[in-house]
Design a protein around this ligand. Structure first.
Ligand SMILES: Nc1ncnc2c1ncn2[C@@H]1O[C@H](COP(=O)(O)OP(=O)(O)O)[C@@H](O)[C@H]1O
Ligand SMILES: [Mg+2]
Ligand SMILES: [Zn+2]
Length: 509
């Protein structure tokens, strides 16, 4: 007897249909799984055997061959336990069969409980697009599956529930989005109102948020760099539904979607430790999956203590920063994950941390600042438009009781500036000023005569490098957008020039 049951798999963040075929014959008893299963799929045999016995079924006294088709894609994880078991039960005639267009996803415990798996959202979306319905998913993955319309999803905890449903003894109710309380973290998000003083730094982050520019914060320990960075997501524009779905898919595939969360609505903020391996940062590794750059997709990647990161690891960020996708090679082919994030990095100016501090002496040797900065790779620095010097906080600022401007107000200005950019770049595929292409540069960035003169003066005086030119003009474009102006005028240029700290000779001592 042979039976076929649908299941799903995913490659990168897109899912595909897997046909689980079970064949039983009367040769010597045995149990094989073929179709490029990895070790975790092979282990399914033991879970399926135990789950079957412990839920009142008989494990067939036959030679069982299970094929996972298409056989040319490697199958990973425990999600095939449930469809394998269903296919064997059908082939053995212990149940009457499953609906033709149904699909099954789930790990089994030895007692027949159905456990959560990764990637359910991507798989439910693909099932819907292929006309597969209903889809049986683990109860613990019900929340993420519930946001997708146009497909019936049954969330199950035990094998018995599926059997009772299929036999008509006790029908399951389809999962609905309204079954889940909206788990929202609103109110707990760090807010700019908590930051005392540091108006200049907060303004620089407003500009960064408004134009999608990458930022580097430079300042002594305790000046509030980490504090400021954590507040960047609070002033970024809201995510669209489509962006939320992408984030949720990736977090689900990475296995880090918190239980009960339907949809990630807030932009991710990821801050990997400087010891993080390149695999952890960009993806891949022993168990290939999305890295921090992809988990930060549509959000913020914060690299604190930037020079402490391994140089080779930082070099690996170049391609993701350039292409906004990462491609990971594996023995069985390549997978691609999106990684469109905004980079914010922080560092001390020198090894001791106090170069340029108004009251504490720097104990580093001459040239230490340049040496410290040289630890950061040039190609990475090249992708950072805004450098902000974060001075030590004044005692008078710290002790003042009046809160600073709150994130909601700053976000209104950011939203307005983003609105102008959307209009300007409509139909070009560009979302913000940081992404202006050379073709669009001159059309989008028109300088007044005064602004041009000022920029030339800044170049001559500060000995700016050629690469600084583009950055300054793009950032000035954003400042003009915050100002509601179509042309870039001299105040916009003079502010933008201030955000090129590292181009100044000051640091070469
Ligand atoms: N501008 C500030 N306003 C309020 N508190 C601050 C400020 N700067 C620093 N702090 C306090 O000092 C702590 C350390 O700041 P942190 O952001 O970690 O500094 P850095 O990352 O520059 O070393 C913060 O958690 C905060 O409590
Ligand atoms: Mg810090
Ligand atoms: Zn120093």
């Amino acid at each position: 007897m042979i039976a076929v049951v649908n299941s799903m798999g995913y490659l990168g963040i897109d899912a595909y249909r897997v046909r689980v075929e079970a064949d039983l014959d009367n040769n010597l008893p045995g149990f094989d799984v073929v179709g490029l299963p990895d070790a975790s799929v092979k282990e399914s045999r033991d879970r399926v055997r135990a789950a079957m016995k412990n839920t009142g079924f008989e494990f067939p006294d036959a030679r069982i061959t299970v094929n996972l088709a298409p056989a040319n894609i490697r199958k990973e994880g425990s999600l095939y336990d449930l469809p394998i078991l269903m296919a064997i039960l059908c082939a053995d005639g212990q149940i009457d069969g499953v609906p033709e267009h149904s699909a099954f996803i789930g790990e089994l415990s030895l007692t027949g409980n159905i456990g959560a798996v990764k990637g359910v959202l991507a798989m439910v979306i693909a099932a819907r697009d292929m006309g597969l319905s209903p889809v049986f998913v683990p109860r613990d993955n019900a929340a993420e599956a519930s946001v997708i319309n146009g497909v019936t999803v049954y969330a199950v905890e035990k094998l018995e529930e599926i059997i009772a449903h299929l036999s008509g003894r006790k029908e399951l109710a389809p999962v609905r989005a309204s079954d889940f309380p909206c788990v929202d973290t609103e109110g707990n998000e760090p807010d700019f109102a908590d930051v005392r003083g540091q108006q200049m730094s907060a303004r620089a982050l407003e500009v960064a948020a408004a134009g999608g520019h990458n930022v580097l914060l430079i300042g002594p320990p305790g000046s509030g760099k980490s504090m400021l960075a954590k507040r960047l997501p609070s002033i970024l524009p809201d995510m669209t539904f489509e962006e939320s779905i992408q984030c949720t898919k990736i977090h689900s595939i990475a296995g880090i979607l918190p239980p009960g969360v339907q949809l990630i609505r807030r932009r991710p903020f990821r801050s990997p430790h400087h010891n993080a391996s390149s695999a952890a940062l960009v993806g891949g590794g022993h168990v290939p999956g999305p890295g921090e750059v992809s988990i930060a997709h549509n959000g913020v990647l914060f690299l604190d203590e930037l020079p402490e990161f391994n140089k080779a690891t930082l070099d690996m960020l170049r391609q993701p920063l350039e292409d906004h996708v990462v491609t990971i090679s594996r023995s069985t082919g390549r997978v691609t994950y999106p990684c469109d994030f905004q980079l914010i990095a922080a560092m001390n100016p020198c090894r001791c941390g106090y170069f340029g501090h108004p009251t504490r002496p720097c104990t580093c040797r001459k040239g230490a600042v340049t040496r410290y900065l040289s630890k950061i790779s040039g190609p990475l620095l090249d992708r950072i438009d805004i450098h902000v010097e974060v001075p030590p906080v004044d005692y008078s600022d710290l002790s003042r009781a009046t809160p600073s401007e709150c994130s909601a107000l700053i976000k209104q200005r950011v939203d307005a500036a983003r609105g102008r950019q959307q209009e300007r770049f409509a139909g070009t595929g560009i979302s913000c000023n940081a992404r202006i292409t050379p073709e669009l540069f001159h059309q989008a960035c028109v300088l007044t005569d005064d602004a041009s003169r000022l920029l030339k003066l800044a170049f001559d005086r500060m000995h700016l490098s050629g690469r600084a030119y583009d950055r300054i003009v793009k950032v000035a474009r954003t400042i003009a957008d915050l100002d509601g102006s179509d042309v870039i005028s001299s105040p916009h240029i003079s502010e933008a020039v201030q955000y090129r700290s590292l181009d100044r000779e000051y640091w070469n001592q």
